[in-house]
Design a protein around this ligand. Structure first.
Ligand code: SF4
Ligand code: SF4
Length: 188
């Protein structure tokens, strides 16, 4: 067993050794057309210990965590958990997601941070923080924000986006959950 494979299993990717490459996971994946490697290929690459190729792939950032693959897998491979574990590993190990997906790592970091603080998401802030926190050039960042501004304004006018952030009543409990998960990840 390779170190990489063991790490993925320890991070929640149980059952990957049972994969017999049937491709059912790839066949039902809603985002497979945009991926550089299909879910089936990612599982195979993890089993082969191809750490760099896997952690620098677009696929791990494009997984929408829909669980379609996982519920269909005849070998009960925890594919969605594998994808989540790979994202986490890529972020911790500093894999340059700006090459694979320019704003991916920034999106995940800021998504969690906002939910941890408010107990819910506040999309305008998420867009702003994600874009400004990405590794793109300032020109690209401004271009992306300007391109998305009309869409955001339309959503706000229709009442689909809030104008200001609001905390939920149980936000303190949510924050504690995030703190406990961080402690568990740190092995405390
Ligand atoms: S559906 Fe399961 S067994 Fe089939 S390729 Fe995907 S992970 Fe492997
Ligand atoms: S959980 Fe991810 S890999 Fe699996 S089908 Fe959904 S998007 Fe595709």
């Amino acid at each position: 067993m390779t170190d990489f494979k063991s790490e993925v299993i320890a991070a929640g990717g149980e059952g990957i050794a049972a994969c017999y490459q049937c491709g059912t996971c790839s066949g039902g994946c809603p985002t497979v057309s945009a991926m550089d490697f299909t879910p089936r290929q990612i599982i195979r690459m993890v089993n082969l210990g191809m750490r760099d190729r896997v952690l620098s792939s677009k696929t791990i950032w494009l997984c929408a965590s829909c669980y379609q693959c996982q519920v269909r897998c005849p070998r009960e491979v925890k594919i969605t958990e594998v994808m989540a574990a790979l994202k986490s590993m890529a972020m911790k190990e500093g894999y340059n997601s700006s090459i694979a997906k320019p704003r991916a790592a920034s999106f995940y970091r800021n998504f969690n941070e906002i939910v941890a603080n408010l107990g819910r998401q506040f999309e305008p802030l998420l867009l702003l923080k994600t874009t400004l926190g990405s590794r793109e050039s300032i020109t690209s960042k401004l271009g992306y924000l300007l391109k998305n501004a009309p869409f955001g304004i339309t959503l706000m006018k229709k009442g689909k986006l809030p104008f200001k952030p609001e905390k939920i009543s149980g936000s303190e409990e949510v924050r504690k959950i995030f703190e406990n998960v961080a402690k568990m990840e740190a092995g405390e």
